[in-house]
Design a protein around this ligand. Structure first.
Ligand SMILES: [Zn+2]
Length: 321
C-alpha cells in the first residue's frame, strides 16, 4: 500500500494543499482563498477540508494512507511546540496550529516557517538534493531564505532566524520596513531591481526601456533591464550590473559564514538563469574567502519553483524523526 503525505502552503492570499507521494512528487493539488481577516478556527477548518478533498479525490483513507500533514506559513513558527507565535498577515498570536489541526485530522501534523519549508523542499527533492549544508534564497518582493545545516532546518533558538534579507549591505542605506537601513533585500530583491530600473529610466526619458513598457512606469519589472541588456542597451546593462553586485555581496556574506555546499536561487528573476548567475559567480569568485579552496559553494537556480513549499511541508515529518 502506498503511503502519502500532504503539504500545505498557508499564505495570506491562498491556501494551497498538495498530495505528495514517497518520491516527493505532487500527485494532486487543491486550493482556496484565505479570505483574511477571519478567526483561526475558520482557517483550520479550510485546511482540514482541503486535506479531506485530496484524500477523497485519490480514493485514499485519511487515517491509514496519509502519514502526515505539513504546513508552511509565514511568520515566527515554532516547529517544536507546534505554535505559530506571530504572523503579521494573519494578525494571530500564539496560534496552537498543530494541536488544532490534530483534532480535525486523523494523522500527525507538523508546521514550519514557509521559507524554511521551501528550502527543505529544495533539499529533499530539488536543486539542493543531497547537500547537507544548503541555503535557499528567493529573490522576490523581498528576499526570503532557508538554511539547512547537517540536513536540519536551522532557524535559531527562537525559530525566527534565516531572515537573510534583513542583513545590512549598505550601512545607513535605504530604509527597510524592518526598521533598519541598507538591508540586502532593499537592493537585491526582484522588487528592488524593478525600482532601480524605473529610477534609471526616469533619468533617461528617451531610453529604449520606455518602449518595452509602452511608456507605463507600472509595467516596469525585474525583466525590463535584462531585456534591455540583451538588446545591447548601455543603461539596462548598467542596472543589471549593479543588481548583480548587490546579489553577489549578500551571497558572499552567506558563503563566508556558512560555506554551504549549494546555494539555490529562486524567485521570478532566477529564470534569467546563467545571464544572472554567471556574472554573480564571477564576483563571488573574487570575494569568497575560500576562493582558493578545492571545494567551493555551487550557486544554482532553484528547481521546484512554486512547488517547493508544498513538497518541503509534506516532508516535514522527516525533520522530527
Ligand atoms: Zn530589513
Amino acid at each position: 500500500m502506498k503511503i502519502y503525505t500532504i503539504g500545505v502552503d498557508l499564505g495570506g492570499t491562498n491556501i494551497k494543499a498538495g498530495l505528495v507521494d514517497e518520491a516527493h512528487h505532487i500527485v494532486d493539488s487543491v486550493s482556496c482563498k484565505t479570505n483574511l481577516p477571519r478567526p483561526e478556527h475558520e482557517v483550520e477548518a479550510e485546511i482540514a477540508a482541503l486535506c479531506s478533498q485530496l484524500a477523497q479525490r485519490a480514493g485514499l483513507d485519511m487515517a491509514t494512507q496519509i502519514e502526515s500533514v505539513g504546513i508552511g506559513t509565514p511568520g515566527s513558527v515554532n516547529p517544536h511546540t507546534g505554535v505559530v507565535e506571530f504572523n503579521a498577515n494573519f494578525g494571530y498570536r500564539n496560534w496552537p496550529l498543530v494541536s488544532a489541526m490534530e483534532k480535525l485530522l486523523p494523522c500527525r501534523v507538523y508546521i514550519e516557517n514557509d521559507a524554511n519549508a521551501a528550502a527543505y523542499g529544495e533539499y529533499i527533492a530539488g536543486a539542493a538534493q543531497g547537500a547537507k549544508y544548503a541555503i535557499a534564497v528567493t529573490l522576490g518582493t523581498g528576499i526570503g531564505g532557508g538554511i539547512i545545516i547537517d540536513g536540519k532546518i536551522f532557524s535559531g533558538f527562537n525559530s525566527a532566524g534565516a531572515e537573510i534579507g534583513h542583513t545590512v549591505i549598505v550601512k545607513g542605506g535605504r530604509p527597510c520596513m524592518c526598521g533598519r537601513r541598507g538591508c540586502w533585500e532593499k537592493y537585491a530583491s526582484a522588487r528592488a531591481l524593478a525600482e532601480d530600473t524605473l529610477a534609471a529610466m526616469e533619468q533617461h526619458k528617451d531610453n529604449i526601456m520606455w518602449s518595452y513598457v509602452h511608456g507605463d512606469p507600472a509595467r516596469v519589472n525585474a525583466k525590463t533591464a535584462f531585456d534591455a541588456m540583451r538588446a545591447g542597451d548601455a543603461l539596462g546593462t548598467q542596472v543589471v550590473q549593479n543588481f548583480v553586485e548587490y546579489v553577489a555581496c549578500g551571497l558572499t556574506n552567506l558563503i563566508n559564514i556558512f560555506q554551504p555546499e549549494i546555494i539555490c536561487i529562486g524567485g521570478g528573476v532566477s529564470k534569467e538563469g546563467d545571464t544572472l548567475l554567471a556574472p554573480v559567480q564571477a564576483v563571488v569568485d573574487q570575494e569568497d574567502y575560500a576562493r582558493e579552496g578545492m571545494r567551493r559553494t555551487k550557486i544554482v537556480t532553484a528547481k521546484l519553483r512554486n512547488d517547493a513549499g508544498i513538497i518541503g511541508a509534506a516532508g516535514l515529518a522527516t525533520q522530527h524523526q
